[in-house]
Design a protein. Sequence first.
Length: 81
Amino acid sequence: MRLNAYESARIYKQKIKAYYDRKLQKKNFHPGQQVLLFNSRLRLFPGKLKSKWSGPFVIKDVKPHGAVEIMDPTSSEPEKS
């Protein structure tokens, strides 16, 4: 019975992952575009009302494998994302 439960949980996770993967939209970025940066590591307690979005940043370079190099328009140093 326990093996059936593990199998059912695995099938459920696969179905849910496929459902959410279908909803993802591919984004195409171009150099010179302005974007906002999402900080996913922001925790709830050190400033609950602090926004998880920072920016705007300008896209400096787009790599062929999908990595994007951004820079802050107020400073001259590039940031990797």
